[in-house]
Design a protein around this ligand. Sequence first.
Ligand code: GDP
Ligand code: MG
Length: 228
Amino acid sequence: MSEDLQYEVLPNDYKEYNMSFKIIIIGDCGVGKSCLTLKATKNIFNNDYQPTIGFEFCTFTLKMKTKKETKIVKCQIWDTCGQEAYRSLVSSFYKNSSLAFIVYAINDKNSFNHIESWLNEVKYHNPDIKIFLIGSKADLDNERQVSINEAQEIVKEHKFQFFMETSAKTGFNAQNVFIECAKTLYLEYSNYNNLKVEENVNGFIVNQPRINNDKNSQNENYRKKACC
Ligand code: GDP
Ligand code: MG
């Protein structure tokens, strides 16, 4: 199915969609979570550090085309801060997200060493969540403290769905990680095509994906986990 998948990034203010997923972005303060999101969604990069207060929300929308169908997939992106005061809110976002980006900066070994604690935290609230590992600030290769090999080891060890290095400064892979995220979620949920979700003009929102390989229980599972 993925071989014949074509896509087009839609403008930020595009309203219609068939499928919508929540994505949460986590990682140490200052690794570049907000800059990456801003670059991918609005093509803006700012050198001044402005810590996120609470959450910032934005969307990334992709039109997916296969031989069989055309679907519009919207990612609702929640960019988080690490502030204690927002801890309880963060936990509810973890629970409702389909996929998390854990971000470290390639020039900051500490942020890489904290990946496991971010992983434990997100998995504690949502054991089924998919994880993308993002090595940010790839333009700072001359200050690199984390090799691609080290990152790939962690990806293998924890069975993360995807890994990519990015740079919000140069734009390197900034949109690609969100494209990959929309594709991953679309491909998983296109299994539900037989439910004709596209007939609902408001699309459908998936709160917590949990694919059950038992065919007979798939529709039941969908009804429990998704709402319109
Ligand atoms: P957050 O706390 O994880 O959201 O971090 P920010 O996105 O606010 O970025 C923290 C700092 O890192 C800011 O000063 C940014 O300008 C800088 N920064 C973010 N992304 C990059 C990048 O890709 N390359 C470089 N060189 N600096 C970056
Ligand atoms: Mg931020």
